[in-house]
Design a protein around this ligand. Structure first.
Ligand code: PLZ
Length: 450
């Protein structure tokens, strides 16, 4: 067997030995520019050689602290022992048969785990896919065939993917939608409870936003035309917005009262990321369908739709699928990732990360008024940057400058938000606390230098 070079054997340290990106990365970047389409971007073009725990090592010998987890994917690390072990064994046995041709146990075992881990004690079934967008598309297919209705309701600041239907579901135009239309029909967008920016204040936001959303659904669409309401329990790309308290339960109840399938898109927030298996647990929400991807398989491409058996079984045999959906290597990796989450109690780790981060960020906010809001849960934490805390005018330039300063020091951070003014932190849940604090030191120094 090949010797593992990532994972535990990778030194857990920050090391900056060249400019970032360094000369070898720049060389690769030149090769890349010649052959990789310009539409595919990279936050930080340092080319990776190894990654694991809380670090990413590059071709120039730099070791970066990872506060991105490949956009909330490598919660167990980029080379978790159980993921590598199980996926490697599966690779040696067989890479693919296509579950729709001859099935295999791994797929079934992942669906068993999903039935056990997702909220609610009703009978559940799942179908597996390759990407988050594909899972969301299939949730819409299932909701439509089940309800025999067409309309789909989504929310301001929502993100659900880049395929044609999921572009329509996604709120933000640039860069996701600009020039790529026409978009799928029967998609309707309603307000979300964005506490920090709600005109009458965060205390009133939950019930008021829910009332507005429900009013728009009933007046503009007609509740009995709606197949599905889809929401991220913590909005990811839109700015790590936690819908104000009371909003999600009210919308879920409205869906229930009107025979609408309530879909929680937990692709970014799921699998221990927020300190719960799923973020919707915090308000006791039991979704009809739940979409997962990202963290589920420790970096291998896997996604799922899980939900009430009677809804999931509405699609006729052969109506759901795809060549690679639930690939055996990805399923083996998922079983390794879930095993790691259980054994290392990564929900507790996520909660500890929240405690450390929020404590340090709150202290920074006292000194740096550009930090308008600190929010998020678990290891899904963000700060929203503003030109003036009184006007809350968005400050995307500060977010870009801070990200750049962090990158130069060997800390990988990401930005997000409809206004591009949110700095988000998504460390692997297995990151060491020393690296976590070192990363926060770098952020603090970046603020001081702003
Ligand atoms: N739903 C809630 O967060 C993916 C996208 C990054 P895919 N988010 C990261 C980018 O710029 O493409 C995401 C998500 C939520 C759906 C998706 C889509 O998942 O696996 O990227 O298709």
């Amino acid at each position: 067997m090949t010797e593992l070079t990532g994972g535990p054997s990778l030194p857990q340290e920050r090391r900056v030995v060249t400019a970032i990106p360094g000369p070898k990365s720049l060389e690769l970047q030149a090769r890349r520019s010649a052959v990789v389409a310009a539409g595919v971007g990279s936050t930080l073009p340092v080319f990776t050689t190894r990654a694991g725990g809380g670090v990413i090592e590059d071709v120039d010998g730099n070791s970066l602290i990872d506060f991105g987890s490949g956009i909330a994917v490598t919660s167990v690390g980029n080379s978790a022992e159980a993921v590598v072990r199980r996926a490697t064994a599966q690779l040696a046995d067989f890479t693919h048969t296509c579950f729709m041709v001859t099935p295999y146990e791994g797929y079934v075992a992942v669906c068993e785990q999903l039935a056990e881990l997702t909220p609610g004690d009703h009978a559940k079934k799942s179908a597996l896919f390759n990407s988050g967008a594909e899972a969301v598309e299939n949730a819409v297919k299932i909701a439509r065939v089940h309800t025999k209705r067409q309309a789909v309701v989504v929310f301001d600041h929502g993100y659900h993917g880049r395929t044609n239907l999921t572009m329509a579901l996604t709120a933000k135009n640039m860069p996701y939608k600009q020039g790529f239309g026409p978009f799928a029909p029967e998609v309707y967008r309603v307000p979300v409870a964005y506490g920090y920016r709600w005109p009458t204040g965060p205390e009133n936001c939950g019930p008021e936003a829910a009332a507005q959303a429900i009013d728009q659904i009933t007046k503009q669409i007609g509740a009995d035309n709606v197949a599905a309401i889809i929401i991220e329990p913590v909005l990811g790309e839109g700015g790590f917005i936690e819908p104000a308290k009371g909003f999600l339960p009210r919308i879920a109840q409205f869906a229930k009262d009107n025979g609408i399938v309530f879909v929680a898109d937990e692709i970014q927030s799921g699998f221990c990321r927020t300190g719960q298996w799923f973020a919707c647990e915090d308000e006791g929400i039991v979704p009809d369908l739940i979409t997962t991807a990202k963290g589920i398989a420790g970096g291998l491409p896997l996604a799922a739709v899980t939900g009430r058996a009677e809804i999931m079984d509405s699609a006729h045999p052969g109506g759901l699928g795809g060549t690679y959906g639930g690939n055996p290597v990805a399923c083996a990796a998922a079983l390794g990732a879930i095993e790691t989450m259980r054994e290392m109690d990564l929900n507790a780790k996520a909660k500890r990360i929240e405690e450390v981060m929020k404590g340090r960020l709150a202290a920074m906010q006292e000194k740096f008024p550009v930090i308008g809001d600190i929010r998020g849960r678990g290891a899904m934490i963000a700060i929203e940057l503003v030109k003036d805390p009184a006007t809350k005018e968005a400050h995307p330039e500060a977010a870009a400058a801070l990200a750049k300063a962090c990158h130069a020091e060997g800390l990988l951070v990401l930005t997000c938000g409809t206004y591009g003014n949110v700095l988000r932190f998504l460390p692997p849940l297995v990151i060491g606390e020393d690296l976590l604090n070192e990363g926060l030191d770098i952020i603090e120094a970046a603020f001081a230098g702003l």
